[in-house]
Design a protein around this ligand. Structure first.
Ligand SMILES: Cc1cc2nc3c(=O)[nH]c(=O)nc-3n(C[C@H](O)[C@H](O)[C@H](O)COP(=O)(O)OP(=O)(O)OC[C@H]3O[C@@H](n4cnc5c(N)ncnc54)[C@H](O)[C@@H]3O)c2cc1C
Length: 419
């Protein structure tokens, strides 16, 4: 096969955006995916405000997407808090809902229209020349040669593993299941759920309205580095759906098209570059460790890696890309330990969620809660919400290493108070 300047492995949002930006800049790029498009992808189907802005900047329209602004959080005691959608200097004041089948195909087609050469094959390994990565091996036995390989092949990236960039003991994993039900909702709902009283499920559930009707319903579980723990999401999904129906959030219709997927979070346990390889999107572990959002980060990292290649050349793009990642993942670095602490201390998280949704408090903190949770604080327009979210960031950063100890003390204190 012919040689390319760049080879992108995986045509999800990270890979297609990287290929599109490279092709538009005149770089010859092969975009390889094992699947034929359109293809399904387990997702909540919500592209966050940063993703909406990026699409706008790249001139990509998503016809038929459903704009979504404010979001409702349902606390374990069924109290509801409305998180307002606030405008920012570098992101839209809304998200969009669009099925991943449609969205990913649209991005794939845009990359092809820009000039990316597509190959429908599974990549089975890397090809080296004098110890430097020089291409990829395909399941057909053929190879594609190129100066740089972008690993955009998702959370369980074989490129990341083959290049020796993953330390499995340190990765922070989540697993989530989703399906669709008939019906409609006005606003997206995040549901904090206690399968057992005072023990918050380590993760959350959601019900997001889809364009043209229908609801995307799912349950996401966080559990650190032990991937065996993921089965709990499947075991408890039915109970969660029953809970939603009791709360009046879900019509009594059947869940269709149930499927699940991994989330690699918080940039832990994965080195994003090595000579000749750049990891983007889920392959690099760029999912928000607090709420599981990854599409916007995938597209932004794909664009950043492509721009680094255009600016510094395929062989020297790594340092520019790392500089981008350092700035873009500050929130992840602060909150990866928070994620770990939450998994270990369900009682503390139950208490916190109840306190945050208490009458008076909920309304007062909702704006900051939305900014903090969704990693929107640094670029929020000046407001009391931004000041509060920035103060929370400083406090949590300062708590740093002592976060787990604080959670333990809170738990002990609360347990004795409840008794
Ligand atoms: C249930 C669930 C719900 C979620 N909900 C949301 C949400 O609402 N909003 C949000 O922002 N994020 C959400 N996420 C996270 C989001 O789905 C990911 O962050 C996002 O898809 C990452 O994009 P990506 O391009 O890095 O990887 P992917 O979208 O996973 O794409 C990887 C691509 O690589 C291909 N591939 C893999 N291996 C190979 C190989 N060896 N050779 C060739 N091709 C290969 C795959 O076929 C795939 O097309 C959710 C995740 C899950 C599991």
């Amino acid at each position: 096969m012919r040689r390319h300047d760049a080879i992108v492995v995986g045509a999800g949002p990270a890979g297609s955006i990287a290929a599109l930006v490279l092709a538009r800049a005149g770089v010859s790029v092969a975009l390889v995916d094992r699947r034929r498009f359109p293809r399904e992808k387990a997702c909540g189907d919500l592209v966050g405000p940063r993703g909406v802005q990026l699409l706008d900047e790249l001139g990509i329209r998503v016809p038929g997407a459903r704009p979504l602004g404010d979001m409702i959080v349902v606390a374990p005691n069924n109290r509801r808090v409305l998180l307002p959608a606030l405008p920012g200097s570098s992101y839209a004041d809304h998200a969009i809902a669009v099925s991943r089948e449609r969205f990913d195909t649209l991005l794939f087609d845009a990359a092809v229209a820009a000039g990316a050469v597509t190959v429908q094959r599974r990549v089975t390994g890397l090809v080296y020349h004098h110890d430097v990565v020089d291409g990829v091996q395909l399941s057909s036995g053929a190879t594609i040669r190129g100066d740089v390989v972008l690993g955009a092949d998702g959370a369980t990236s074989s490129i990341a593993h083959t290049a020796g960039l993953v330390d499995s003991a340190k990765t922070l994993w989540g697993f989530a299941l989703r399906g669709y039900v008939d019906g409609n909702l006005d606003l997206p709902h995040i549901v904090l759920w206690e399968p057992e009283r005072w023990k918050l499920f380590p993760g959350y559930g959601w019900a997001f309205p889809m364009p043209g009707g229908g609801i995307n319903v799912g349950l996401g579980l966080a559990f650190g580095s032990d991937r065996g723990a993921s089965r709990r999401a499947g075991e408890q999904l039915e109970d969660f759906l029953t809970h939603l129906k009791r709360q009046g959030l879900l019509p009594r219709s059947e869940l269709r098209a149930r499927t699940g997927g991994w989330l690699k979070m918080g940039v832990l346990g994965t080195r994003p570059t090595r000579s000749g390889v750049l990891l983007v999107g889920d392959a690099a572990g760029l999912v928000n460790p607090l709420q599981g959002e990854g599409i916007a980060q995938a597209m932004a990292s794909g664009r950043a890696a492509a721009n680094a290649i255009v600016q510094a050349g395929p062989r020297d793009a790594g340092h520019l890309y790392l500089r981008y990642l350092h700035g873009a993942t500050a929130h992840h670095r602060t909150n990866a330990p928070v994620h770990s602490a939450m998994v270990k201390h369900p009682l503390a998280v139950s208490l916190t969620s109840r306190a945050l949704s208490a009458p008076g408090i909920g309304q007062a903190v909702a704006g900051a809660w939305g900014l903090y949770w969704n990693d929107l604080t640094p670029d929020a327009l000046p407001s009391r919400h931004r000041r509060l979210a920035a103060a929370a960031t400083r406090a949590i950063t300062a708590a740093g290493q002592h976060g787990q100890a604080a959670a333990w003390f809170t738990t002990q204190f609360a347990t004795s108070a409840i008794r």
